[in-house]
Design a protein around this ligand. Structure first.
Ligand code: OFO
Length: 184
């Protein structure tokens, strides 16, 4: 008896998401190493923590495939992109990477919707919310760098940014949790 509750297409797209999350972990890992080599220990810490989060995402998708009776296929992951030129490029590329991952999550949602696979649709909603948060966290990085002076940021403001990011929370407050008394 076939107990696989995933269609072939859903199983394939979820397996490709497993690889994407592993890729994302490598990207954060490599940017963390780059940041550390430039003396930004706090930013490196931030990226290393996020690399771990991406591995958690990979684990969730893997577990979901198995939970539904599907087969997980672990494949090779590509090499991370080459080192960025500076912090601005590092944060911009990180943002683009998150947006690309959001698109991949939306593809899962769309396919699950088309196939009326409500279990997968429901599972993917966790990732829809997570991506709002991940994009916001990186938007905040770009905002903070801009306030620090962007390309003309002084050593002192970069030092402060680095210190802040070393201790920054891993979760971003979301609009859905806002109220008049607690706007953020
Ligand atoms: Fe897995 O959330 Fe970022 O990419």
């Amino acid at each position: 008896m076939d107990t696989n509750r995933l269609s072939k297409k859903i199983e394939d797209i979820l397996n490709s998401q497993v690889t994407k999350e592993a890729d994302a972990a490598q990207v954060y890992l490599s940017y963390g190493c780059w940041a550390d080599s430039k003396g930004y220990g706090g930013i490196a810490n931030y990226f290393f923590r996020h690399s771990g989060e991406e591995r958690d995402h990979m684990m969730k998708v893997m577990q979901y495939i198995m939970e539904r009776g599907g087969e997980v296929k672990i494949t090779a992951i590509k090499a991370p992109p080459k080192s960025p030129k500076n912090l601005q490029e590092c944060f911009e590329k990180t943002f683009q990477h998150e947006v690309d991952n959001t698109t991949a999550i939306y593809d899962i949602v769309n396919l699950a919707h088309d196939e009326k696979d409500w279990a997968t649709y429901n599972f993917a909603q966790w990732f829809v919310k997570e991506q709002i948060e991940e994009e916001k966290l990186v938007m905040d990085l770009l905002d903070k760098l801009k306030i620090a002076g962007g390309p003309k940021a002084s050593d002192e403001s970069l030092f402060n940014l680095d210190t802040y990011l070393g201790q920054a929370p891993d979760d971003a407050p979301l609009a859905r949790d806002a109220s008049v008394n607690k706007p953020e």
